[in-house]
Design a protein around this ligand. Structure first.
Ligand SMILES: Cc1cc2nc3c(=O)[nH]c(=O)nc-3n(C[C@H](O)[C@H](O)[C@H](O)COP(=O)(O)O)c2cc1C
Length: 359
């Protein structure tokens, strides 16, 4: 039995295998109302058909101004809950589990999508004023407004309300987005957090926002529903966050009810050199896994069944996530089972003739 196909239980959630799909923005809520539609159903649904264990749906705004772009989904009203329910029901009908990434883009909010242009969407074009730990702009974007201290607990509560809505929408778990230069990462990194209030300065202060979010989300969802947190373990820049610091923050999050850490890197600033290659982020995941007694996932240029299996065999990593490979091959898990000769009982009946290509 390949490790890839061993079930895993995280808190109260049993997942059929360790081939997961990480969150991927689709910029496809055409009405700019944060309501998902057919694209999301088919895109995520095809990965559920394709045997993925758990799919994390894309960065979804906890408030309207937290969306990355006007075309990104939200989870701040009832219409959005109903629309997401269609997606989660279908994923469950295929035996997959599905989580929602709860996000606030901070100073990287209100941006264009690839087909609409570059940089920020202006207020005149239907964009909005972004907010951040700082008033310094992300390269090429409009400057954010620095959040006042009293506004931060309001956002913490918005995260909790969004998590409760995610549960109402049928999601099995939530992922708090604290990576890729979005709001919680902006607070975590000394490069973008020069605050003098209780949310700036020491690591404990810079981590207060994300730790408070984890604690509030824990209160807002059932005890058996898992919380994942995605971190960038490095900013690839002098003076940025380090893997050791992130491992410490992950521990604090675990003490407040987080269950699994999804380790990525980068995204905070431009102009840095990122040494990419197959599995390039795995060592960062391993550093966090060594320090934190919770499951940790690995993501980034994992593309073949053999490579994915080897990462799990090495022992530290609990789950692999395949992003772009899942877009190229939404039925990756079925094909991996076929390639590794693993018998699984979740080939869709409609696809059973593809199981063994006898003729
Ligand atoms: C189109 C696209 C959209 C993405 N959107 C998100 C997102 O919403 N949230 C997030 O945390 N990461 C996002 N990512 C990063 C992926 O989750 C993943 O970490 C990255 O693509 C590296 O994995 P891969 O090499 O398997 O694709 C996105 C990546 C792509 C390609």
């Amino acid at each position: 039995m390949a490790k890839l196909f061993e079930p895993i239980t995280v808190r109260g959630l049993e997942v059929r295998n360790r081939i997961w799909v990480p969150p991927m923005c689709e910029y496809s809520c055409e009405n700019r109302d944060g309501v998902v539609g057919d694209w999301h159903l088919v895109h995520l649904g095809s990965m559920a058909i394709g045997g993925a264990g758990l799919i994390i749906a894309e960065a979804t705004g906890i408030v309207a101004e937290g969306r990355i772009s006007p075309w990104c989904p939200g989870i701040y009203n009832d219409e959005q809950v109903v629309a997401w329910r269609r997606v989660t029901d279908f994923a469950h009908s295929q035996g997959a589990k599905i989580a929602l990434q709860l996000a606030h883009a901070g100073r990287k909010a209100s941006t264009h999508r690839e087909q609409s242009g570059n940089g920020s969407v202006s207020i005149a074009e239907g964009g909005w004023q972004s907010v951040s730990s700082t008033s310094e702009a992300f390269d090429g974007y409009t400057a954010p407004r620095e959040l006042e201290t009293h506004e931060i607990p309001v956002l913490v509560q918005a995260w909790a309300a969004a998590a409760a809505r995610a549960m109402a929408a049928g999601f099995d778990a939530v992922e708090i987005h604290a990576a890729h230069g979005y709001l919680l990462h902006q607070f975590l990194s000394p490069l973008t957090n020069k605050r003098t209030d209780e949310y700036g300065g020491t690591l404990e202060n810079r981590a207060k926002f994300v730790v408070d979010v984890v604690a509030a989300v824990r209160q807002a969802i059932p005890n058996d529903a898992p919380i994942f947190v995605r971190f960038s373990a490095t900013d690839y820049a002098e003076g940025g966050v380090t893997p050791d610091e992130i491992a410490t923050v992950a521990k604090w999050c675990a003490e407040n009810g987080a269950d699994l850490f999804d380790i990525s890197t980068g995204g905070l600033i431009t102009g840095v050199k990122i040494p990419t290659g197959p599995g390039y982020q795995v060592p960062f995941s391993e550093t966090v896994a060594e320090r934190v007694g919770q499951p940790v996932s690995a993501v980034g240029q994992i593309t073949s069944a053999e490579q994915a299996e080897q990462i799990l065999q090495d022992g530290q990593i609990a789950v692999v996530m395949l992003g772009r490979q899942s877009m190229r091959d939404p039925h990756f898990a079925l094909r991996a089972a076929h390639e590794l000769g693993v018998e699984i009982d979740y080939w869709p009946i409609q696809y059973s003739r593809a199981k063994w290509p006898k003729n």
